[in-house]
Design a protein around this ligand. Structure first.
Ligand SMILES: [Zn+2]
Ligand SMILES: [Zn+2]
Length: 267
């Protein structure tokens, strides 16, 4: 079964099954995992990275997804590739001789999911290929809000709202609307947050809901989750933000030149 995800930003790990290079690992970023693995296995002329071309076939073993945007995912990718350079991962032990590259990068990933800023994102750790699956070490469990998932995932193009096409769009109330938290007016869609539960009509200021969700953890800046003040369902902050961005997002793959640019930014 393939799960479809809108506004997809993922960071994945490839495992080389070519006997000549067996066990090599590659970490990359994608907005479309299905297309990306084809590119890697198609070589450079198909858009694969030079490090992977001619060394395939590669298996896409797992992917971490749920990043709010491409920059957040690219930063995650960079830190996973350079754990000993990232100042957030100074506690991660170095690779031992008897440790495989696969086990080492898996351990780095488990550490990453537990530290800021990544431990506050609504991430999913997804094993794409069952045969590679390892149990998480008890001492390196990810935060409770991060699900462990299995099976393929597909990036679904974000449906553009409005623009003529029929009566598809849900009836939008005109602004200003009253904020459900502070009861002041929300002046425009830019400042508004809505709940994604179908029957819920929640409208709040973004900042009001953030403050509400952070009431019992005032030392934090970004909420992780909370109860919707209208429908009472538990909602992840990252999902609310992605829902808000849904109509503006676009699913173009970041080109290699841009990936390099982010690399340079961090080095
Ligand atoms: Zn408000
Ligand atoms: Zn709601």
């Amino acid at each position: 079964m393939v799960v479809e995800v809108e506004g997809f930003y993922g960071v994945y790990m490839l495992y080389c099954t070519n006997p000549k290079y067996k066990g090599r690992i590659y970490i990359g970023f994608t907005v479309n995992p299905e297309r990306r693995i084809q590119q890697h296995n198609g070589g450079k002329h198909k858009g694969g990275a030079w490090k992977t071309s001619g060394r395939g076939p590669w298996d896409m073993v797992l992917i971490v997804h749920g990043f709010p945007n491409d920059i957040a995912a690219l930063r995650f990718e960079w830190a996973w590739q350079h754990p000993h350079v990232s100042r957030r991962l100074t506690h991660v032990p170095r690779k031992t001789k008897k440790q495989s590259s696969f086990d080492f990068h898996l351990m780095v990933l488990y550490h990453m999911l537990r530290v800021a800023p990544w431990n506050r994102l609504p991430l999913t750790l997804r094993w794409l290929r069952q045969e590679y699956h390892r149990e998480l070490p008890p001492l390196l469990q990810p935060p409770l809000h991060m699900p462990l998932a299995f099976g393929q995932v597909r990036a679904r193009p974000i449906a553009k709202k409005g623009k003529g096409q029929g009566e598809e769009k849900t009836e939008q109330q005109p602004f200003p609307q009253r904020c459900r938290v502070c009861y002041e007016m929300v002046q425009s869609e830019d400042d508004a947050l809505h709940c994604f539960h179908p029957s819920c009509s929640l409208t709040t200021h973004i900042i009001c809901l953030a403050k509400l969700f952070l009431l019992n953890q005032p030392q934090q800046l970004i909420p992780v989750e909370g109860l919707c003040p209208s429908c009472g369902n538990s909602v992840l902050w990252g999902d609310l933000i992605r829902h808000k961005k849904g109509c503006y997002g676009d699913l173009e793959e970041v080109s290699n030149s841009q990936a390099h640019w982010v690399d340079e930014l961090h080095s």
